[in-house]
Write a protein that binds this ligand. Structure first.
Ligand code: ATP
Ligand code: MG
Length: 368
C-alpha cells in the first residue's frame, strides 16, 4: 500500500505518522520552494514544477496506489490527472468546490445544508448596494484563496463599504462574497470519513475558539449541544459525502445559533479541529483518512471523558513542561515564526472542568 500526498506540511506529516504502523508507505509531492521539513525521513519527496508530466511524477513517486491531498489549494487539473494511473481521493470535484466560497455555499444550499445568506460581488462599487439588501452587518470575503480569516472585511455600514474600497490593493482581491453576519453562540465542526464502499463514520463534534482568525482551541464533545442538532450536522455531512461519492476525511465548520445550525465551510481533508482525535480515539482522523482511501474498516468509538487541543501558534512548547498525565505534544519540526502553526497539545480528562482548567493553564504558560 503506497500513498502519495500533495503537500509536505504538518497534515501530510501526521497522515504518515498514523499510516506507517499499518504498513502503508508514503511519498510526497512538493511545489518549488515549498518547505518539506515536516515530512523529513517519512518518505520520498518529489518536486512538481509547471513543466512536470503527471505520468513521470507517478513513476518518480514509485507508482502509488492512491494520490491524496493535505490542502485544498491544489491545481485541480493536475490532481485529477493522477486518476489515469491510480485512485485519487478525495475526488477532485470536492476540492474544486471548496476552493471557491461562492461555489461552496451554493453547493451546500443545493445539498440542503443552510448557510449564512450570501451574495457575490464582482465589482467594489456593487458591495454597499448588495450589503444593504442582505442587511448589515456583513462580512466580505475574497471568493478564493482566503484562509485563517485573511482577505475578510467586516462591514457595519455604507461608510465601512466606502472605507474598504479605499484599502490599498483591495481592487485586485476580487471577486468577493458578501455574507450576512451570523449571530452565533458557538463555532463547531465535524470531521467525518467515507470509504470507497460507502461506509461513513463521523467523530463527535468539537467546539472551536479562534485567536486573530486562527484556530486556538478545540474541545469535544461540545458543551450543552442538543443531541438532535449534532445528529443534524452529521446527517448533513453524510449527505454531502454520498452526493460527491467522497472518499477520505471531510470536515465541515458550522455556527450554532438560537435557531439551529448553519454551515460555514468545507475542508476536503483532515482538519485542525480534529487533532484531538489523535489521543482521544483509538483511531484518530489521520489513520481514519488512510483507512478510508484504502477501503479499510473505519472506526469511531464513543468518547469517554472530554478531549481538547491547544494550537502552538508561533510558540515553542518544552516537552518537559507539557507532558503531564493526559497531555500529548505534537511537534511539526518547523521553524518557529510569529503566529505560525508549529505544533499542538492534545489533552484528555475525565471531566470538562479539569480539561478546561488544564487548557487554560497551558495557554497562560505558553502565551505569557
Ligand atoms: P479558516 O481557514 O481558518 O477556516 P477562513 O479564512 O477560511 O478561515 P472563515 O472560516 O470563513 O474564513 O471565517 C473565519 C472566521 O470568521 C470564522 O471562524 C468566524 O469566526 C468568522 N465568520 C466568518 N463568516 C462569518 C459569518 N457569516 N458570520 C459570523 N462570523 C463569521
Ligand atoms: Mg474557517
Amino acid at each position: 500500500m503506497r500513498i502519495a500526498v500533495l503537500g509536505t506540511g504538518q497534515l501530510a506529516r501526521m497522515m504518515a505518522l498514523a499510516g506507517m504502523p499499518m504498513g502503508v508507505e508514503f511519498c510526497f509531492v512538493k511545489s518549488p520552494g515549498e518547505d518539506s521539513r515536516c515530512v523529513d525521513h517519512l518518505g520520498d519527496v518529489v518536486e512538481a514544477t509547471d513543466d512536470s508530466h503527471v505520468a513521470d511524477l507517478y513513476e518518480q513517486l514509485g507508482r502509488p496506489d492512491v494520490v491524496t491531498t493535505e490542502k485544498e489549494g491544489v491545481d485541480v487539473a493536475f490532481y485529477e490527472q493522477f486518476a489515469q494511473h491510480c485512485d485519487v481521493s478525495p475526488p477532485s470535484k470536492a476540492v474544486w468546490i471548496s476552493q471557491n466560497r461562492l461555489r461552496e455555499k451554493t453547493f451546500l444550499n443545493d445539498s440542503g445544508v443552510p448557510t449564512a445568506a450570501f451574495a457575490p460581488a464582482n465589482r467594489l462599487d456593487e458591495i454597499s448596494g448588495l450589503a444593504s439588501e442582505l442587511g448589515y452587518p456583513v462580512i466580505v470575503k475574497t471568493q478564493e484563496n482566503g484562509y485563517d480569516g485573511k482577505g475578510q472585511w467586516w462591514l457595519d455600514s455604507d461608510a465601512d463599504a466606502a472605507a474598504m474600497a479605499k484599502v490599498n490593493g483591495v481592487e485586485d482581491s476580487g471577486p468577493w462574497l458578501l455574507e450576512k453576519v451570523v449571530p452565533f453562540k458557538k463555532e463547531v465542526s465535524v470531521v467525518a470519513a467515507r470509504t470507497q464502499s460507502g461506509a461513513v463514520a463521523a467523530y463527535p463534534l468539537a467546539e472551536n475558539v479562534h485567536r486573530n482568525g486562527i484556530l486556538l482551541t478545540s474541545i469535544s464533545p461540545v458543551a450543552d449541544l442538543d443531541e438532535a442538532l449534532a445528529s443534524e450536522v452529521k446527517g448533513h455531512i453524510t449527505r454531502i459525502m454520498n452526493a460527491l461519492n467522497y472518499v477520505g476525511v471531510l470536515s465541515m465548520e458550522c455556527f450554532v445559533t438560537e435557531d439551529g445550525v448553519v454551515a460555514n465551510e468545507l475542508a476536503p481533508r483532515v482538519h485542525n479541529s480534529g487533532h484531538w482525535t489523535q489521543n482521544a480515539m483509538p483511531v484518530g482522523q489521520f489513520e481514519q483518512h488512510v483507512r478510508a482511501v484504502f477501503d479499510l474498516p473505519l472506526s469511531v468509538t464513543p468518547v469517554s471523558g472530554v478531549a481538547g487541543m491547544l494550537n502552538l501558534l508561533g510558540v515553542k512548547a518544552n516537552a518537559g513542561d507539557v507532558l503531564q498525565t493526559g497531555q500529548h505534544l505534537h511537534w511539526y519540526g518547523k521553524e518557529v515564526r510569529p503566529g505560525r502553526k508549529v505544533g499542538h497539545i492534545n489533552v484528555t480528562a475525565d471531566d470538562r472542568i479539569t480539561l478546561e482548567a488544564t487548557l487554560k493553564q497551558l495557554q497562560a504558560a505558553l502565551y505569557s
